[in-house]
Design a protein around this ligand. Sequence first.
Ligand code: HEC
Ligand code: HEC
Length: 330
Amino acid sequence: MSLRALATTVFAAGCGLMVGCGTPIERDCSSADTSAAEALPESLSQTGLYADIAADVVVDAAHEFEPRFPLWTDGADKRRWLLLPDGGQVDTSDPAEWVFPVGTKLFKEFALHGVRLETRLTTRTEGGWTAVSYVWSDGGADAARQLDAAPDVADTPHDVPSAAECLACHAGRGNFTLGFSATQLQPQTRADLHDAGVLSDAVEGEIDLPPTALAGLGVLHGNCSHCHNAHRDDQPQATTCFAPNAGEDDDEPVDFTLPHGLASVDDAPVLQTARWLLDGGADSEVIARMSERNTSAFNPSMPPLGTENVHQEGLAAVEAFLSELPAQER
Ligand code: HEC
Ligand code: HEC
């Protein structure tokens, strides 16, 4: 259901935030096809990321990167790498839709208090994109492919998602890649990657927004837009689990996307959504859902997956942005 439709339901039926109303959220991703993940190497040491896994040395060809609007995931420490196939290049001729060659691998490592917990892999194969996590052994000698969800790994609160749950977020974009894009990389990083031959075309420009807006909208882009975007249901590997618009006739879905191609920000879906929220008073719905963590099938807290603690800094950034959006823009 769209936010507009939901707000109408809520206000018309008078059901408050804590009262069950609406369609229950589909949390079971087991119907998603993860057979390709079963064909991936069983150990992280076999994926090509490491020159020396024991010494924690990655291969020279791995490009470490950091998205400017990261996913919160309860503040875990992360490192991320892009590994292209030999001679491969990211086709950035369309700045909004970067195309990664078959054989591309992207990695994301999660650690807490200096201990590596899991390393996630997304890879483009002939048949499409595949995602799976590798869970580190005690002592950190290697990590093993993990198809099912693994809650509370290594006696920490950290939960490793199942291969099917990866799709709930990553299949929300056609190229599966959420943190390596024109919007997510700083201008200097883009320039360096182009100089190094990683990006086919130079992608210049900066998102033209004042700092408060950039921070608030960035939180929404980085933590919400993979699920809440107008094109999610049309993607080749779309899944219905955790899909806000699944099965709904939704002409104007809530969209938290900053322009991927650094195009005019005025038309960015996320700004239109923000203005609409303020207009209808539904901005409090966003704040309320971000301010809690629950597992209710109705009115679940947001995001509904991958976090157990409220992202206080992100919440404050979104609140600041919504309160500063000038009155004439509403
Ligand atoms: C709750 C949504 C969510 C889930 C579930 C999720 N991811 Fe991600 N992932 C993201 C977002 C957003 C980013 C980019 C921001 C960042 O890295 O902080 C990302 C980044 C990554 C990256 C770095 C490349 C990129 O896309 O930027 C890899 C690799 C990755 N995830 C793999 C996985 C795998 C494998 C799983 C399942 C085991 C998984 N993710 C589950 C949201 C999710
Ligand atoms: C893993 C996918 C996923 C992510 C990530 C996610 N949401 Fe949602 N969201 C949903 C689903 C599914 C629903 C529908 C559940 C309902 O109607 O109560 C929903 C509903 C909502 C609603 C109620 C209106 C509507 O469209 O149905 C709001 C507001 C919302 N989300 C805000 C957010 C915000 C803000 C974030 C990021 C901080 C976020 N969501 C991240 C899946 C997601």
